[in-house]
Design a protein around this ligand. Sequence first.
Ligand code: PLP
Length: 374
Amino acid sequence: MIPMARPVIGDEEIAAVVAVLRSGYLVQGRVVAEFETEFARYIGTQHAIAVSSGTAALHLALLAHGIGPGDEVITTPFSFIATANAILYTGARPLFADICPDTLNLDPAQVAERITPRTRAILPVHLYGHPADMAAIERIARRHGLAVIEDAAQAHGAAIDGRKVGTFGTGCFSLYATKNITTGEGGIITTSDSALAERLRMLRDHGQRARYEHEILGYNLRLTDFQAALGLAQLHRIEELTQRRIANAAYLNRHLAGIVTTPTTRPGCRHVYHQYTVRIPTGRDALARALGAAGIATGIHYPLPIHQQKLYRELGYHDSLPIAEQASREVLSLPVHPALTTEELDQIADTLGRLVSPVGLSLSKQDLSRGQDG
Ligand SMILES: *Cc1c(COP(=O)(O)O)cnc(C)c1O
């Protein structure tokens, strides 16, 4: 089976982790600080604050901006659940705005329509590694005095006109095992606001600035030094890993054009292809089963928009967000990760070409029944 993700862990990663384990100092020490400095330099911010997950990054970024009960945060319904749940953790209410049909990122025009006197922040996601429309989102935020928190969990190194995501608002990155770079579990927040960075450092460590002096209600959401060592080694090769994702996507684009709707890249944007996601207007699930039977793993990101999840329905969400709802029925992610070989890319393109004719799905009865077993 060609998998959807395969972490690239080499000798440098293994040696770096072992060195920390032998050092006797395990949590949030020198190596975390070094990782933060290098990550901030890579993104282009003054500060980076490492935390235990991407979810923790979003949660603490919202808290550091003072968001809490009675506040509203506008976000996308078409993301991993953590994006909206982080807003719920603070006691604030997520408001969902529909997405753009091409990038499937938050539609700024829809955001503008949802602003109320309670709105405090906009939380765009750079979905699949393609930047959200930050120029338009920043304009809206400035006009209404709103904070911007970027969910860059899938977008390490993505950029607009050479400026990396995570520099537009408060950047929240995930370092989970399947993300573009990983520490196993982990997250990191980017900002050039020194006061905000200070607050984030306190929030992740029981509200203390100096040891055992607890000034605010904080949490234990720290990263370990051995995770940071893994992160540093990954960061040293992030450009190589990203170039491989981009090259794999370009290869798939060339071979799949005219067969399926391939991903969009807007002018000036650097798409880092956390996911390579095509659109299959009819028969998506049957195609996914047939690909699985042919040895190609696929993913659906995401099969149900957040506002339609049970949790959110029970919280009283009844939005109609037709672009997101349609996308959830049509999207299909194919393997694009950096460890793919040319043979595997050919197998993906050839199999998809065989299963889909230029006018639509051409699944044979045999493909379908095989798919059912697989
Ligand atoms: C992975 C992810 C998160 C959460 O990150 P974790 O490190 O798994 O907590 C949040 N938002 C998006 C869009 C993600 O893909």
